[in-house]
Design a protein around this ligand. Sequence first.
Ligand SMILES: [Cu+2]
Length: 317
Amino acid sequence: MSLVAVALAGTLLAACGGDDDDDSSAQTTVTTSPPGVTVDMVGTDGSPVGRVTFVETGSHLAVEARFTNLPPGIHGFHVHAVGKCDQGSPAFTSAGGHMVLGEQVHPAHAGDQPVLLVLADRTAELRFTTDRYKLSDLRVPDGRAVIVHANADNYANVPTRYVREPDATTKATGDAGDRIACGVVAGAATGTTTPSGGVTTTTSPAGATTTTARAATTTTRQGVTTTARAAGTLDCQPVAFTPNSEDAASSIRATGLTCAEAEAFVRIAGRQTSSGGPAQLDVEGYRCVRVRSVQDPLPQAFYECTSGTRKVTFTRS
Ligand SMILES: [Cu+2]
């Protein structure tokens, strides 16, 4: 569950000098550690089942996965939106839908990846490179989750001779089924400070994100605490919501409240949306209207919800 800087060392040998007698100039060794993260994977009973590493190689990420004790066969293998691997039934739905950067549908989600082939001896190894996301996309404040599914991922490739077209679930999930292994990519781990008043400033090492929420001041007078937030806009991460855990708001913008509050809001409002979505949502204290609806190729709905200076806009995809 920990975020560990991967110490896959690149070794640079700088041979010096010629055939002279100066022993001290024989060679110089410089060791560097490419930025990366290591993710420990667990099964539905919490037992370790493997490890996945993500290491920056040039402009791409090299992904290496090793597993033991998984059911033989082909399994969907994705990065999911939220760094939470809660047990439960069904397991690991806390990880939300596939990681989406911008507006994407399966199999073009940023978190969509090659499937995992588990051998008869229940082990699996997979190496690939991806340019669909960067370390900074993994090291967001809420983290991400790596998920192995029970079934294969059909990448929404359902031939039209069988059905008119793949339905929304297929296009969102690839029908990869239950989640049988999960590992947390921890959020940005260093230099996080949370002063009073809800100001969150996160500074991260190279390759990670920097997120700065707007300023806030908290005053307490005669036992009444007032938090005044300065105006500002936050582009928050996608958030998955029930009842279909693969459903996700592809992005959230918020003013007057934190990303965590915006995500909590979307978890409520999102439940009422479906496909193109209704014209209005009913969330106590808010006025929510659909401002746009598109079919590209899945239905998407864009909502604006306001309550005084508090405003959440989100895309239901
Ligand atoms: Cu998945």
